[in-house]
Ligand binder design. Structure first.
Ligand SMILES: Cc1ncc(C[n+]2csc(CCOP(=O)(O)OP(=O)(O)O)c2C)c(N)n1
Ligand SMILES: [Mg+2]
Length: 893
């Protein structure tokens, strides 16, 4: 401490006394070690607190590297050769993007993200990321999506991708193939494992992946290993609520198999992440507060010398004062500017750099660009026990792009460099490409027997395999499991049950099955009781990595809240996004772990596709398998809840997701047929599809399955009950689905009894399936004009079906309208467009105009249009049915 230290004066004790305090502490540290010194501080803190002296709360440490040089250890690699490899990757990554944009300037791509992340990735590739092998499951790595050119460029050096593929970066539709812009397992199923480019998804997915790995271990489904989950994310990306939304889960679960690496280049797309603050400190406080092990890698080795001179901590203090906007500015400024801004505020700090030339000050390296610092951090992270680790690594966005983009606000969008800039880049990184060649931007791969290639291969061999690499390793399941579903085909013999209750009974059966029982992963976001699933708590237990440390309040009841280390239910609490991330981990385990886990994620249907659709989209990209169950679905079926809960939307929102099969079953046997067939398709035949099935809470007697209905249930449509009246000239076809099917059945009776209309009732289990089938047939016909046209399934079904057609659904009218053009007759649609209300089912079905009376009315109106009845019959029907023709339009009220 120096004499005039301002804090000391403020404290009112003299410097001498302060010095003595510090020396005493130093002595304890030296003689007794770190643990005792830490305990001493803890004691002092608690003593102070008991005397009413609350130290100012801070979750921050100084703006310095967490790992001091003396604890850094030695770097085990050949730094020289690793630098050369990295430089070649940098070059090829740059060449990919620049070349792609020369061919087509609108093709896009990013060079500055990988430029900043190169060292963070390369240290991982050379020393940490273990590939998946026969004997070891390997590590799981989520790569920052926009850094994909670097991952491709490395795979090129590894001989896994060809120059042609690199050339076709972002031009996947070339005849000889190309590379997808970002990590997409759907597009590159042997390469990418996890879609990461929608910001914020991958941090959340990584947390739940790490937890799911533990779940598999605790349940004995995979051996206990030290496999790690790495997630590389951008500092700007941390603003997405999903990014930090589950970090307390990771610490609560002691996920020391999880490592976040936040690439803190201080910039996002438009400009600085925190121009007026410090993103590193903000993140440190958030993660430390959440119980993570935080490792800051801010400064490179060349700073160590300066910190050695900083015995009073003045320099570190000064570095903690600069805001990120200033740090960004320093990247583009001269050494003299650096000296002035950083060191010039205090003559004592200035003195520390008096012998350092301007040029050296200008090029002082950030920690994230220094392999030794990064290695030390990664090593500490993989060795750390008891909590997850986040590494906050300072880098420069666009590192190496010089004036073409380094640290500039425009750098994120930069995709072109002029020749001069290319030459500079080439020289800076020592790429063996001549001035004459530079304009062509050739990809460069050293010969197979070169040091670089040999080294790189040897490193990967040592680490098991190449990363990323996706391989399906699970064995198909064997049995058909008829016995699990048989009872549901027979109906409920008059007993009133809901499809939700039926599903839960099926789940209970499946959980008991010797083959698939252990593979079933029930996932609930605090809704198990809503769906009557509490019996499962006791049957299979709720997963808890700590077991149950308390005697539950309801321990004396049959269905008590049982938590267990080998519990099977993932009770995620109120997080649909987190539950979905668990679904994704379980739904992709057939590839990630070679285990066919079958997730059943059941939730309030309104909080699924409407709320977390981007995750569901990513699940499809990721080739996930499993079942999403939208409980309490339907706009008019969930009585009472009202506008926010009543879901008439999700089946429309399911339409765009190509691999999602969406079903709106009305009866237990339909649910049974769909689930049994889904298990066969996904886990026996290996189809990369998943299912969305809506379930209702309205109890009614479940009929037995009509003979021959199975095929139609799966295809989306079958005739449920034909009219027995074969003589009537007035004919109709009624489509009902989900809860509204029963309204169609009632309408069938009213039409028959009151109006002499013979109507057949069809169950539409999936408008999406009918729509997909229809557009597929149309497409085929378009391309094969001379051949016999394909006939959409719905057209085949209706064929000669006589009379008018009315379709009613508990979802938007858009659903039936989707398929109307393939029906041979005119189509009238009833649906629930508009905001829900709190009221009874009956009142709601009147309000939305989807009850039996409205189906009757719509049928009569169609018959009138066909000239089969007089308008007066329709008008009278409105009165007789008690319909208020002046009622408000539900869409607008
Ligand atoms: C959900 C979502 N919103 C916006 C984008 C567009 N976007 C792509 S990269 C980017 C900036 C990324 O900044 P940062 O996370 O700091 O990564 P860096 O490139 O700086 O490493 C943005 C806004 C996206 N990919 N996903
Ligand atoms: Mg950034």
């Amino acid at each position: 401490m120096t004499d005039n230290h301002s804090d000391t004066r403020l404290l009112g004790i003299d410097a001498q006394e302060m010095q003595e305090w510090i020396e005493s502490f130093d002595a304890v540290l030296k003689d007794e070690g770190e643990e005792t010194a830490g305990l001493l501080l803890e004691r002092l803190r608690s003593r102070a607190q008991s005397l009413g002296v609350g130290p100012a709360f801070t979750a921050n440490t100084p703006y310095a590297n967490t790992i001091p040089p003396e604890k850094q250890g030695v770097f085990p690699g050949d730094q020289n050769i690793e630098r050369r490899i990295k430089s070649l990757i940098r070059w090829n990554a740059l060449a990919m993007v620049v070349r792609a944009n020369r061919v087509d300037h609108s093709i896009g791509g990013h060079i500055s993200t990988y430029a900043s992340a190169a060292t963070l990735f390369e240290v991982g590739f050379n020393h940490f990321f273990r590939g998946r092998t026969e004997h070891f499951e390997g590590d799981t790595v989520y790569f920052q999506g926009h850094a994909s050119p670097g991952v491709y460029a490395r795979a090129f050096l590894e001989g896994r991708l060809s120059a042609k593929q690199l050339e076709n970066f972002r031009r996947e539709l070339r005849p000889d193939g190309g590379l997808s812009s970002y990590p997409h397992p759907w597009l590159m199923p042997d390469f990418w494992e996890f879609p990461t480019v929608s910001m914020g998804l991958s941090p959340l997915m990584a947390i739940y992946q790490a937890r799911f790995n533990r779940y598999l271990e605790d349940r004995g489904l995979k051996p206990v290993t030290d496999s790690k989950v790495w997630a590389f994310i951008g500092d700007g990306e941390t603003d997405e609520p999903e990014s930090l939304g589950a970090i307390t889960l990771a610490s609560r679960e002691h996920l020391d198999n999880l490592i976040f690496v936040v690439n803190c280049n201080l910039q996002r797309l438009d400009g600085p992440v925190r121009g007026n603050g410090q993103i590193v400190q903000e993140l440190e406080a958030a993660f430390r507060g959440a119980g993570w092990n935080v490792i800051k890698v801010l400064w490179g080795t060349d700073w160590d010398l300066l910190f050695e001179r900083d015995s009073d901590g003045l320099l570190v203090k000064r570095l903690g004062e600069l805001v990120d906007g200033e740090y960004q500015r320093l990247v583009v400024e001269s050494g003299a500017y650096v000296r002035q801004l950083v060191f010039g505020t205090d003559p004592r700090i200035l003195k520390m750099v008096e012998d350092v030339p301007d040029e050296a000050l200008r090029t002082l390296r950030q920690g994230g660009h220094d392999p030794r610092k990064v290695y030390a951090a990664y090593k500490a992270a993989v060795e750390h026990k008891g909590s997850p680790t986040v590494i906050l690594a300072r880098t420069i966005k666009g590192y190496g792009l010089g004036e073409g983009g380094e640290g500039r606000n425009i750098t994120h969008q930069q995709k072109k460099l002029n020749e001069e800039e290319l030459r500079e880049f080439r020289s800076r990184f020592g790429i063996p490409i001549s001035d004459e060649q530079i304009a062509e931007m050739p990809f460069y791969r050293p010969p197979e027997d070169s040091h670089e290639i040999q080294y790189l291969r040897a490193r990967r061999q040592q680490l098991g395999n190449y990363v990323p690499s996706r391989r399906v390793r699970s064995q198909p399941i064997v049995a058909d499991h008829d016995e699990l579903f048989r009872e549901f085909l027979a109906g409920s013999e008059g007993r009133e049950v809901s499809t939700t209750m039926a599903f839960v009974a099926m789940l209970r059966h499946m959980l008991r099955d010797p083959e698939i029982g252990k593979l079933v992963v029930p996932i609930v976001p605090d809704e198990a009781r809503t769906f009557g699933m509490e019996s499962l708590f006791r049957q299979v237990g709720i997963y808890s990595s700590r077991g149950q440390l308390y005697e539950p309040v309801d321990v004396h009841t049959l269905l008590y809240y049982k938590e267990a280390k080998d519990g099977q239910i993932l009770e995620e609490g109120i997080t649909e996004a987190g539950s979905m991330a668990s679904f994704m981990a379980a739904g992709s385990a057939y590839a990630t772990h070679g285990i066919n886990t079958i997730p059943f994620f059941i939730y309030y249907s309104m909080f699924g596709l409407q709320r977390i659709s981007d995750f569901i989209w990513a699940a499809a990209d990721m080739r996930c398998r499993g079942f999403l169950l939208g409980g309490t679905s339907g706009r008019t079926t969930l009585a009472g809840e009202g506008l926010q809960h009543q879901d008439g939307n999700s089946h429309v929102l399911a339409l765009p997701i190509p691999t999602l099969r969406a079903y709106d079953p009305a009866f237990a046997y339909e649910v049974a047929v769909i689930i049994q067939d889904g298990i066969r398709k996904m886990y026996k035949d290996g189809e990369s599809i998943f299912y969305y099935i809506t379930l209702m809470n309205e109890p009614y007697a479940m009929p037995p399955m009509p003979p021959g209905a199975r095929d139609g249930i799966l295809k989306g449509l079958y005739k449920f009950r034909a009219s027995e009246n074969k003589k009537s000239k007035l004919r109709a076809q009624l489509f009902g689905s989900g809860a509204i099917l029963r309204e169609a059945l009632r309408a069938q009776e009213i039409l028959e009894e009151k109006y002499g209309v013979a109507a057949d009732v069809w169950s539409v289990t999936s408008y999406k399936a009918l729509y997909t089938d229809g557009i597929n047939a149309e497409r085929w016909n378009l391309l094969h004009p001379a051949e016999k046209p394909q006939i959409p399934y719905i057209s085949q079904c209706l064929g000669e079906a006589p009379g008018v057609l009315v379709a009613a659904t508990d979802y938007l009218k858009a659903l039936p309208n989707l398929i109307s053009r393939w029906a041979p007759q005119r189509f009238a649609s009833l649906g629930t467009d508009g905001f829900g209300r709190s009221d009874s089912r009956e009142a709601l079905r009147n309000f939305f105009e989807v009850d039996a009376r409205f189906i009757t009315l719509a049928t009569l109106r169609e018959l009138f249009r066909d000239g089969k009845i007089e308008s007066s019959v329709v008008e009278k029907a409105i009165k007789d049915l008690g319909i208020d023709a002046g009622k408000p339009n539900p869409l607008l009220t």
